[in-house]
Design a protein around this ligand. Structure first.
Ligand SMILES: [Ca+2]
Ligand SMILES: [Ca+2]
Length: 218
């Protein structure tokens, strides 16, 4: 009886450990390639073609956070609606490099690939932007990054940007300050398409002593 109990217990522990490993292995791991900045509601000529267009001037920026060059062939952007990819990347991205894709480039890609005319299709009421690796040889079908964009971050001329220094999404609202209570809060930083994000956010407006500041980061 004791022996049975012991073996049952040993079995249970082994199973728990195995299950724990399965859970750990299945946990999300951030890929080297990630989305770094999103501007959903343009009100200026971001792509520099001479006119302001709600589709053409939207943009999404990606960043290679890893130590090696990342192959971009087979990497795609889509939004939270439907299965269609809106843009397919090609080439490679060096470590620490960013690459911005404007809606106008997405429309060119879509026309060449019979993939519609929606552009990046970033909803001004908020959306979900997804970066996928989808290749046949070898077969890889992996969500590299999925970013929910809250409605206030999809306001005119505002971008949602990933801060490498604080590992947080920050609101770049320099051109259209956000004063509401939704998060992320406004930072006053400007959007930075094609340039690595340097907004560090969380800048105390009033003088704050060091111990108070430290307590905010605990
Ligand atoms: Ca334009
Ligand atoms: Ca940027």
């Amino acid at each position: 009886m004791t022996e049975t109990r012991t073996s049952l217990l040993a079995g249970f522990i082994a199973l728990s450990l195995a299950w724990g490993l399965v859970i750990a292995a299945a946990g999300p791991a951030q890929a080297a390639l990630r989305i770094s900045e999103i501007l959903s509601a343009p009100a200026s000529d971001w792509d520099g073609n001479g006119s302001v267009e709600f589709k053409g001037d939207e943009w999404v920026e990606i960043l290679n956070t890893g130590p090696n060059p990342e192959v971009l062939d087979g990497v795609y952007l889509k939004d939270g609606t439907g299965d269609a990819y809106h843009y397919g990347f090609s080439g490679t991205l060096a470590p620490g490099e960013v690459l911005v894709v404007y809606g106008s480039q997405a429309m060119v890609w879509q026309a060449a690939n019979g993939a519609g005319t929606s552009g990046l299709s970033l909803n001004n009421g908020g959306d979900r932007v997804e970066l996928w690796r989808d290749t046949d040889s070898p077969r890889i079908f992996q969500a590299l990054d999925v970013v929910p964009v809250p409605a206030h971050a999809a306001g005119a001329e505002r971008s949602l940007g990933w801060s490498e220094t604080s590992s947080k999404w920050l609101l770049h609202d320099g051109a259209n300050p956000y004063t509401g209570s939704a998060l992320p809060a406004g930072t006053g930083c400007a959007p930075s398409p094609g340039v690595r994000n340097s907004c560090d956010g969380l800048v105390p407006v009033e003088t704050t002593d060091w111990s108070t500041l430290k307590s905010l980061y605990r």
